[in-house]
Ligand binder design. Structure first.
Ligand SMILES: Cc1cc2nc3c(=O)[nH]c(=O)nc-3n(C[C@H](O)[C@H](O)[C@H](O)COP(=O)(O)OP(=O)(O)OC[C@H]3O[C@@H](n4cnc5c(N)ncnc54)[C@H](O)[C@@H]3O)c2cc1C
Length: 452
């Protein structure tokens, strides 16, 4: 970046917000907002990032205490900076990830304002661009990039009982085992969050019931390569859409305790009671679908298909990676799998808390533009929305499977920044007569970066 651009970016970050005019406004300074800012900075696009909390707030306060990244440090990072204090194969703690993004933003002096909430964005009726109402004044922006995250509103399904004797929290609000009352716990959802929380609670001495739905469960590592590597070389991170019927299939992986493969049978043998999908709560009882065996079988299928694809890749490319036949060994089924519970009397079983690891939805109530379909879903192509000048970054499957992940969002942000820079070039174009008029007009110094 030139000194001129850097000065101008700093100017954006230092100005008072009210009445500011900016070319591109990025809303949110998680990894998506930081990546957008890096790419726009490289392209010299004047911009400002507004973040209602702190940089990477999700990693600071939206995760449980012991969480580490699901991918190793060599993979779960941006290309421009390594985790200099970690082995490439280690799994960074959530606080280390937050510190990483803060340091990354500082590295290129990203023009980020923290503690400013964007409350409303509307298209201007009398001039191009958008009016943005923030908690610190009204600003004008030619373009708005929503980087407000894929996981904004914790979702607890309507089947949750209205039972005040039970402590019920979403996984977003789980912190550690000490937070829960004495007694057994039902964890609903066995994606990466549910399975890791259930395991942590069991290790803390709790009786745990884990409700397991459809899931993929790649091996943590196979033949000396982490699954992140396998998904990369096999083109899985780049898949453009979930396979039909697999839209709601969650992925169960864990970097906890140095990283290990999630094996539900092993978890059952260690004492977790597995149950099928949670169906309903009524009269102090919870019922479960009889789909546990099917869900485990489909998870196994996914696991084995990755081993097969990995073996084929190794053979095709003549790689010298050690064989690992024990990876195909199937753990024996425990009683809860062969004879699954249909129903559980919560009081009898001593269940005093329920953790809903049931995912998240988005909230775009602040973005009042024509960029959504009839169901309120963002309408876009690789993040370029149907409302000219509005962009989304960081959404699930924005361009591919990797889009919500640390490494993937960086590439999506690059594409969007390129689109913005190209649009600016079109806007700057002057035809022959305009250029001739320019030559005869007194030179008027334009504001450095489109900020006035
Ligand atoms: C439990 C969990 C573990 C994960 N582990 C990994 C992992 O190991 N590796 C990986 O690659 N991915 C992981 N992910 C997925 C993904 O990396 C994270 O969800 C990540 O936080 C997404 O980054 P983001 O910038 O898109 O959104 P967020 O981190 O959610 O950032 C959005 C930001 O926007 C701000 N914001 C929202 N609305 C407004 C507004 N109106 N005005 C101003 N600011 C606003 C928020 O305060 C927030 O800081 C994990 C996700 C979860 C839930």
């Amino acid at each position: 970046m030139t000194d001129l651009n850097q000065t101008a970016l700093q100017k954006c970050a230092d100005m008072t917000l009210d009445q500011m005019e900016i070319d591109t406004l990025i809303v949110g300074a998680g990894q998506a907002g930081v990546a957008m800012s890096e790419h726009l900075s490289k392209l010299g696009v004047p911009h400002l990032v507004l973040e209602r909390n702190r940089i990477a707030e999700g990693w600071r306060t939206g995760r449980w205490d012991s969480l580490v990244a699901n991918g190793p440090a060599w993979h779960d990072r941006f290309p421009g900076m390594e985790f200099d204090d970690l082995s490439p194969d280690a799994f960074a703690s959530k606080d280390r990830v937050a510190a990483y993004f803060e340091a990354y933003a500082n590295k290129f002096k990203a023009p980020i304002r923290t503690g400013v909430e964007v409350k409303r964005v509307v298209r201007n009726s009398d001039r191009p661009g958008f009016t943005v109402e923030t908690s610190q004044g009204v600003i004008k922006a030619n373009r708005v990039v929503s980087a407000t995250g894929p996981f904004q509103r914790p979702v607890i399904p309507p089947i949750a009982p209205k039972d005040e004797t039970l402590m019920q929290i979403h996984s977003a609000h789980y912190r550690n085992p000490q937070q829960l009352p004495e007694g057994a716990v039902l964890v609903v959802g066995a994606g990466s969050s549910g399975v890791q929380i259930a395991d942590e609670l069991r290790r803390a001495g709790k009786q745990v019931y884990l409700s397991v739905g459809a899931h993929d469960r790649p091996p943590r590592a196979y033949r000396n390569r982490d699954f992140c590597w396998w998904l990369g070389v096999l083109g899985e991170w780049d898949a453009e859409a979930a396979q039909p019927g697999k839209e709601h299939v969650t992925i169960a992986v864990s970097g906890a305790r140095g990283g290990h493969t999630v094996d539900f049978r092993r978890l059952a043998s260690e004492g977790i009671t597995l149950v099928g999908l949670t169906k309903a709560f009524s009269d102090g009882k919870v019922s479960f679908q009889q789909d546990l065996a099917d869900n485990l079988a489909r998870g196994d299928e996914n696991y084995l298909s990755l081993l097969d694809a990995a073996d084929a890749y190794i053979a095709r490319n003549g790689l010298d990676l050690p064989e690992e036949p024990e990876a195909r060994r199937v753990f024996p089924d425990s009683e809860c799998i062969t004879n699954p519970l249909r129903e559980l009397d919560l009081a009898e079983a001593g269940v005093t808390s329920v953790i809903w690891a049931t995912g998240y939805s988005v909230d775009f109530s602040w973005l009042q533009v024509n960029a959504f379909d009839a169901n309120g879903k963002p309408q876009h192509q690789r993040g370029v929305s149907s409302e000219p000048g509005v962009y989304f970054v960081g959404l699930p499957w924005l361009s591919r499977r990797g889009s919500t992940f640390i490494w993937g969002v960086w590439h999506d942000a690059k594409h969007i920044a390129d689109h913005i820079a190209t649009q600016r070039k079109y806007a700057e174009y002057r035809d022959a007569s305009q250029r001739a008029a320019d030559e005869h007009a007194p030179v008027e110094k334009l504001s450095l970066m489109g900020v006035s």
